[in-house]
Design a protein around this ligand. Structure first.
Ligand SMILES: C[S@@+](CC[C@H](N)C(=O)[O-])C[C@H]1O[C@@H](n2cnc3c(N)ncnc32)[C@H](O)[C@@H]1O
Length: 309
């Protein structure tokens, strides 16, 4: 079996970075090397040169390699202080503000509002970027539903995206083992999940406000906010996400990128928030390393970012 040279390893590293921003510094190159060897053997390639060419020619093999290289660790209510801030200050304020806008617009309208009619201000748009197997996304869904008196009167859309199709398939199933749900408060658990084969399944209402799509964050940065959302074998939905989202969770994703790609992503996330919207990043992803226009908010242990009006 041929061993990989430093030069070959650097070429693979560069190729992966060009495709999806994932970057393997010296300390993580063994990880990259191990996965390249596995794929090379699995595909029956004669040597690394041959495997490199295959990656260039076969998008499906590139996708399979990327799926092995992504780290998908996640859990429900990860970083609880951010969810506390969402529940205790961000959502109540945002909902109150939208309600005020509704009442104000009623006054302006000549036609009376009909019961059951959805008002254009009663919407919430959220993006869970790098959602992995869905625990973060459903934690957001449960928190939003708990914050609304009449959730069905609202138009709530949680767009959850990841580059890895395998984790997206699991997220769409919405079934989790008993040990994964231990961080969900018991009353919340019984409201939004039910026993099913294989563990606990997300109930219909939270599942109905969440949509999982395939998306490479590098592409949305390159397309200046235009998302081309892929769904399981289905058509691609195009969305101009500029100023679209009320809040974005992009946590524990950019730690795997280099500084240039991180800065580009922060810029894209800023673009995709509406003025007054909020961004949550992971604990080890503070934005002070970049030039940015967000206001930094600290609330207890939680740090998050607001796009100014
Ligand atoms: C460690 S998980 C974080 C999951 C969740 N956000 C959390 O904090 O618990 C990182 C996720 O980012 C995804 N990811 C990595 N690079 C990506 C890219 N270029 N585009 C989209 N998703 C990416 C991975 O597939 C993985 O599922």
């Amino acid at each position: 079996m041929q061993t990989i040279t430093q030069e070959q390893l650097a070429r693979f590293n560069k190729l992966v970075r060009e495709r999806c921003d994932l970057f393997f510094p010296a300390t993580k190159q063994v990880f990259l090397e191990d996965h390249l060897r596995e794929r090379l053997i699995a595909g029956g390639h004669s040597d690394y040169e041959n495997y490199y060419n295959c990656l260039l020619e076969e998008p499906e093999e590139m996708q399979s390699l990327l799926e092995e290289l992504t780290v998908n660790e996640t859990r429900f209510f990860r970083n609880p202080s951010q969810f506390r801030a969402l529940k205790e200050s961000i959502l109540p304020e945002m909902i109150e503000k939208k309600n005020r806008e509704v009442v104000k617009s009623w006054g302006d309208e000549t036609r009376p509002w009909k019961w059951g009619e959805r008002h254009p201000f009663m919407y919430l748009r959220v993006w869970s970027a790098g959602c992995s197997t869905g625990e973060e996304t459903y934690s957001i869904a449960f928190t939003i539903l708990d914050s609304l008196k009449f959730p069905r009167a609202w138009d709530i859309e949680i767009t959850a995206t990841d580059i890895n199709r395998l984790v997206l398939d699991r997220a769409r199933m919405g079934v989790y083992g008993n040990s994964s749900v231990k961080d969900i408060a018991p009353d919340m658990l019984s409201r939004y999940m039910e026993r099913s084969e294989g563990g606990l399944a997300v109930k219909e209402l939270p599942a109905s406000i969440v949509k999982f799509y395939e998306l490479n964050l590098k592409d949305i940065s390159a397309r200046r906010g235009i998302m081309e959302l892929g769904s399981a074998g289905g058509p691609v939905k195009k969305l101009d996400a500029t100023g679209y989202f009320d809040f974005i969770f992009c946590r524990n994703v950019m730690i795997y990128f280099d500084r240039t790609a991180q800065a580009r992503l922060v810029n894209t996330l800023y673009r995709c928030l509406r003025p007054g919207g909020f961004l949550f990043t992971g604990d080890s992803e503070p934005l002070h390393l970049f030039e940015h226009e967000f206001n930094v908010i600290t609330e207890g242990d939680a740090v998050y970012y607001a796009k100014p009006f």
